[in-house]
Design a protein around this ligand. Structure first.
Ligand code: HEM
Length: 474
């Protein structure tokens, strides 16, 4: 019988946790699923909407072990609005990885939650994102795509890199190796959000990844202090709050770990999935192409949001039932959920439930915002949605600005995952004539010049070699 990790297995793993120094070398590929069974599961569940539609109709609350999958849209919303009965279960591991301080997504509503949320919002105000993050996202997306050649890996080379550069240029983190930084954050996210059965491998990777990220955070704090000057970026703002005694060092670790793990892996996942949808559905592709051709950012955002609905980051978030609770009250599916049950309110299912969403299977960029649960629902609604919208929007714009962009042929053009996270998807496009490579050689010749020779005479001699210098040089 399947038993999900909240919370007995989490406590057991924490108790027997060995120090970082004893962990195997960090290798994100250890998250890669192996074997035929996982391939078949990947094929069946790549787009589980058919299965969720069946469940909604015949078995809206599916229980096995200590797990309950809830698929009816009204029940999904209801559960996510009842945070005191259905708690977020990420807290014990978030606090462990941050060495003592919990993060908002691991907390329930209350004074501590509100205090930390207000610190996070004052350091990362969504209102400044358009002006502060758009130019960074745009510049890096354009730079990456200017250098790209056909066969380009749109996930490893773009979707995974641009969020890291925003962590560097906007958050204010000192990052050495972009891919390593992304992989550490993916390891952390995997432990928090995609490790329901407490895999020892996932834990080992997260412990090492978390340790490396804390070192990056501490190094970045030290650099802020060394520079001393005015720094109006999120990390520097958090340091100022610490200096005023409003935050502790573990609080800063917790906030930064949470904002990094909430950002890089989630955007790789959301951006990768959304790209997969745009490249698979002609309606999505047309919407994106039309928005880019018109230079209409609002339209592009709507097309991306709608693409995300078709393949969101997960089937749904995790919740832990703190005390006995009734769901679907007064309906035929009314059910008592026992304390201790791990519940997944399936937001993916809710977004395709015709009882709450009109014509759910149509790709429609003019839906009301209430139809979307890609960024969650209720008090833990994503606070990074603005950053996500802008970063993914700029990546998609730069990518689809390449003429005739399409999947690479064969397996390279299919999305490959490492664990739950997209790792590669290669694309082809037509190179512009100016970018075609030609064979060139450049030779630098250094020769001594006697002081008495006038500079112009030397210039004349060099000029006489011609440009290009195709004659034999004696
Ligand atoms: C497209 C990308 C993203 C998606 C799809 C996404 C999705 C979500 C979802 C579904 C939740 C709710 C989780 C739950 O209820 O269990 C959430 C919460 C959260 N997200 Fe995001 N997210 C994205 C990007 C980001 C970014 C870029 C950041 C930070 C820079 C971020 C930071 C957070 C935080 C801090 C919370 C918790 C808020 C709270 O507890 O009050 N997310 N996100």
């Amino acid at each position: 019988m399947i038993k999900l990790k909240y919370f007995a297995a989490v406590r057991a793993a924490q108790k027997s946790q060995r120090p970082v120094a004893e962990m195997p070398p960090f290798d994100i590929d250890r998250l890669r699923a192996k074997g035929l069974a996982s391939r078949i599961a990947g094929f069946l569940f790549n787009d589980p909407r058919w299965l969720l539609a069946l469940l909604r109709r015949f078995w809206p609350n599916l229980a096995f072990g200590n797990f309950l999958l809830v698929t009816k849209g009204v029940d999904v919303r209801d559960i996510l609005e009842r945070g005191d009965e259905f708690e977020t279960p990420y807290g014990p591991e978030m606090a462990e990885l941050a060495r003592g301080s919990n993060f908002i997504l691991g907390m329930q509503d209350g004074a501590a939650y509100r205090q930390m949320k207000s610190a996070v919002l004052s350091a990362f105000p969504p209102a400044e994102v358009e002006a502060a993050v758009r130019p960074i996202a745009e510049r890096h997306s354009r730079d990456v795509m200017t250098r790209a050649s056909p066969g380009f890996d749109a996930i490893g080379g773009l979707m995974k890199i641009v969020p890291v550069r925003i962590c560097r240029d906007y958050f204010g983190l000192e990052i050495d190796d972009e891919t390593e930084f992304a992989d550490w954050s993916i390891a952390l996210s995997a432990l928090f959000f995609s490790d329901p059965t407490a895999s020892p491998t996932t834990r080992q990777l997260a412990i090492v990844g978390g340790d490396r990220l804390i070192k990056v955070i501490d190094r970045s704090i030290a650099a802020i202090r060394e520079r001393g000057g005015k720094d109006e970026r999120p990390l520097a703002r958090l340091v100022a709050l610490m200096d005023q005694g409003r935050l502790s060092q573990p609080d800063i670790h917790s906030i930064m770990l949470g904002m990094i793990a909430g950002f890089v892996p989630t955007n790789v996942l959301a951006g990768g999935n959304c790209l997969d949808v745009i490249l698979s559905r002609s309606d999505a592709r047309q919407a994106v192409d039309a928005a880019i051709a018109a230079g209409d950012t609002g339209k592009l955002d709507r097309a991306i949001l709608e693409a995300m609905r078709f393949k969101p980051i997960w089937v749904g978030p995790w919740r832990y039932t703190a005390r006995d609770a009734v769901i679907g009250q007064g309906t035929r599916r009314e059910r008592l959920v026992k304390a201790g049950t791990v519940v997944m309110p399936a937001t993916l299912s809710a977004m395709f439930d015709p009882e709450i969403v009109q014509r759910p299977n149509e790709f429609d960029t003019s839906r009301p915002y209430r139809d979307y649960m890609v960024f969650g629902h209720g008090i833990h609604l994503c606070i990074g949605a603005e950053i996500a919208r802008i970063q993914i929007g700029e990546c998609v714009r730069a990518l689809f600005s390449k003429p005739k962009l399409r999947r690479a042929r064969g397996r390279a053009g299919k999305m490959v995952n490492v664990g739950a996270y997209p790792a590669s998807l290669k694309v082809d496009f037509e190179r512009s004539p100016l970018c075609r490579t030609v064979d060139q050689s450049m030779v630098t010749v250094v020769c001594p010049i006697r002081r008495a020779v006038p500079l112009d005479a030397v210039r004349d001699k060099v000029g006489a070699l011609g440009n290009p210098a195709i004659d034999e040089v004696g």
